[in-house]
Ligand binder design. Sequence first.
Ligand SMILES: *Cc1c(COP(=O)(O)O)cnc(C)c1O
Length: 345
Amino acid sequence: MKIIDLRSDTVTLPTEEMRLAMYQAEVGDDVYQEDPTIDSLEQLAAQMLGKEAALFTTSGTMSNLLAILVQTHHGDEVLLGDESHTFWYEVGGASALGGVVMHTVPNSQDGQMDLNMIESSIRSQNIHFPQTTLLCLENTHNRCGGSVLTADYTSAAAEIAHRHGLRVHLDGARIFNAAIALYVPASELAADVDSVCFCLSKGLSAPVGSLLCGTEELIESARKWRKMLGGGMRQAGVIAAAGIVALQTMVARLAEDHDNARRLARGLSNIPGIIVPHEVQTNIVNFELSLKVSSSEFIQMLNTRGVKVGYRGDNKCRAVTNRMVNGEDIDEALNHIDLGLRELH
Ligand SMILES: *Cc1c(COP(=O)(O)O)cnc(C)c1O
């Protein structure tokens, strides 16, 4: 049976060009910093994000953890959105391994945190308080339906944080989706933050990896922490090679995923029993079921029809468009959703 997989953009498979680049990659021992392919990928990433240096890591989760480990001390407090990926989906690593308190600030539907709320959440000097040392932002915002943060918002938030002596980390797992949606280079969206990371293995379709970018000093410190976490990989140029191809060939095409996401959202909102609560800005479509059908029943029904979407709660689902799914597949998925829902109730 044909499968239309909309659970996530992480399901994207490497391209032929990536496989060829992996096969031909020149490699060395990267713990000795002797892998030329890793070096190239790190330089390319730093340049695209407008930072001095970059570090290849195993995953977005590791990049975010490194950013926190490097820019805080045990017992410090980190400000982050209550819908942020780091708060929800990174196994509490910041607290378990970094010893930091996660102080959440409400995210609005557009992925922002109110600037006044950020400022009032920063602790003053008081013997009772932990020290607030880091602000984390997320662009695009995963749980807020792939919404984008503008360069202006990011700068304004960073200005507040810096004025109070905090560092700023940007979780840009899908920052190239934001850049494409806003018609700006990714470097502009990260201009005022101290560290930024992005994923190669989502819409960009590489098999593995993420990059953390920042100053030379920050990256040198992150390299040491990465080793401690067991992330010192040897001939990892084999996977970095696919990452280079991803950055060179997969960024512009994200616009197709965004078109398909809008196509899907339009179709979904025309199906009785489905509500698409927010405007779709990138490749994530959050939607809700308004009938007496639970998300789990709905997802199970779709599975039998070869369509996969993600679970987000009792009546909430998520679909993420990606390179493996074209416009016709979207129409086919919509047809299955429509027919399947009619059979369910
Ligand atoms: C996917 C994602 C991550 C984590 O990436 P992994 O590579 O899956 O560890 C971090 N932040 C956001 C916003 C993400 O969407």
